[in-house]
Design a protein around this ligand. Structure first.
Ligand SMILES: NC(=O)c1ccc[n+]([C@@H]2O[C@H](COP(=O)([O-])OP(=O)(O)OC[C@H]3O[C@@H](n4cnc5c(N)ncnc54)[C@H](O)[C@@H]3O)[C@@H](O)[C@H]2O)c1
Length: 433
């Protein structure tokens, strides 16, 4: 099968599944995408993309002839050599990963007399592959191969991340399956890391934990900058030039959210704990992040005295720009805290929805969000926020208070525009140093 075009079934038409399907179709493979939500499949058949991910709609449209969408397992698997599992693995109440959707896919695989390789794209605890192998064997599906091929794409840049990845990780029990999955990626120029299944699973969890650690680290540096009169933006610039450290993930802000980091940090914490190990660094990373999301509330209280009956505009609901994903988004934590303090909350986002945020009014423009507000909080660094006429906006507010949760704006310019401005870890830039 090496290098030739083949047939792939992708289970899960979410962020990862759709990007995986579209990119494999772009590489010339035939892809069937299966989901259990009929409306999702119907929309895809009509050429509509159910999620917002830059470049995905073009890619799906361009490769439409190599893509089919179905809710039917048999139709999805018909003639396929690979089944990519890209279903959700959300946290359970205990923080462990909920693998029920993964098990459904495995248990729904029909009896097959030909070779098929199951490829795990979903993020799963270390040991999942071994359990799947056992379950397949128990059903007499010894000839069904298993590969761990974790996904590292980031929402907002997922298509280019998939086509130009830093590396492709392939963990297999048998070389033949790993070779086949490596061959599927021919056309993508990236180092391939071959590993045993458990190590491939751990690579994903460790990579996420490293990125989260950097975020919580720089956020703590920011908090110390605030207390001591330094500017974290300058500090990060100076630190990031060190080649041993590098620049990425050193932007201080109001903490990480999203569908991956929060749940994957909890899952790794629980995985370690279940194995008898107390993962101290990761516990601190999680705690710092939880507190960081709430620090903005303290800043607002300082600037406004009280939040009761104050109108606060949240700019950005998505957990980061370039996506409509609001899972674990800092905006949702902020909104909840503000409402609890008796504030009125208005929110704007160019693509994400405030659905599920009871008590928050979503408006279609920044101007409407900001008008008559007592304070505005920049929550998601959507690029258009850098282009606004902030001087004009300040004049429409009841009190021109701005907390820049992403250190996106220039403190001097904002003060010149008439704002009482605060950011994250910028004591020196705020003239407090
Ligand atoms: N979102 C990301 O940026 C990202 C990045 C890397 C890894 N991951 C991991 O990839 C996995 C998928 O994440 P996502 O964000 O794409 O999830 P998602 O919630 O956007 O999509 C999952 C999809 O799977 C479907 N599904 C559930 N059960 C199914 C079944 N039995 N058969 C077919 N489809 C089924 C759901 O209906 C849903 O549409 C998770 O484990 C996640 O941790 C996500």
């Amino acid at each position: 099968m090496s290098g030739e075009h083949t047939r792939i079934a992708v289970f899960g038409a979410g962020y990862v599944g759709l990007v995986t399907g579209a990119c494999f179709a772009e590489l010339g493979h035939s892809v069937s995408v299966r989901d259990i939500i009929p409306e999702r499949i119907e929309r895809l058949r009509r050429g509509k993309v159910p999620i917002y991910e830059p470049g995905l709609d073009d890619l799906l449209a361009r490769n439409a002839e190599r893509l089919v969408y179905t809710t039917d397992v048999a139709e999805a698997i018909d003639g396929a050599h690979f089944v990519f599992v890209a279903v959700g693995t959300p946290p359970t109440y205990s923080g462990d990963a909920d693998l029920s959707a993964v098990w459904t896919v495995i248990d729904e695989l029909p009896e097959l007399d030909r070779r098929l390789t199951v490829v795990m794209k979903s993020t799963v605890p270390v040991g999942t592959g071994a359990k799947v192998r056992h379950r397949l064997d128990a059903r007499g599906l010894r000839h069904v191969g298993y590969v761990s091929n974790p996904e590292f794409t980031a929402e907002g840049t997922a298509v280019s991340d998939f086509m130009e990845p830093d590396r492709i990780v392939i963990g297999s029990f048998e070389d033949v399956d790993g070779d086949a999955v490596a061959a599927l990626h021919s056309g993508i120029d990236a180092p391939i890391v071959r590993a045993d299944v458990a190590s491939a699973e751990m690579i994903k969890l460790a990579a996420n934990a490293a990125l989260m650690t950097r975020i919580s680290f720089i956020n703590e540096i920011a908090n110390v900058c605030e207390a001591t009169g330094a500017d974290v933006v300058k500090v990060a610039e100076g630190v990031g030039h060190d080649r041993r450290i590098g620049k990425s993930f050193l932007r201080a802000g109001i903490g990480f959210g999203g569908s991956c980091f929060p749940k994957d940090s909890l899952a790794l914490k629980q995985l370690a704990a279940n194995s008898g190990y107390h993962f101290q660094v990761l516990n601190a990373v999680i705690e710092v992040n939880d507190l960081q999301k709430r620090r903005v509330i303290g800043k607002l209280v300082e600037l406004l005295d009280t939040l009761r009956d104050k109108r606060v505009a949240l700019l950005g609901l998505a957990f980061k720009p370039g996506t409509d994903d609001t899972r674990e988004a800092p905006a949702f934590v902020l909104a909840g805290r503000l409402l609890a303090e008796g504030a009125e909350v208005v929110a704007w986002d160019p693509v994400a929805s405030a659905d599920g945020l009871t008590g928050v009014t979503q408006v279609p423009s920044v101007a409407e969000a900001v008008r008559d507000a007592d304070a505005v909080v920049l929550v998601t660094e959507w690029p258009e926020l850098a282009e606004l006429d902030w001087r004009a906006l300040a004049q429409t507010m009841r009190t021109a208070v701005l907390v820049d949760g992403r250190n996106m704006l220039d403190p001097e310019e904002m003060r010149a525009a008439g704002f009482r401005y605060d950011a994250i870890g910028r004591a020196a830039a705020n003239g407090q140093g």
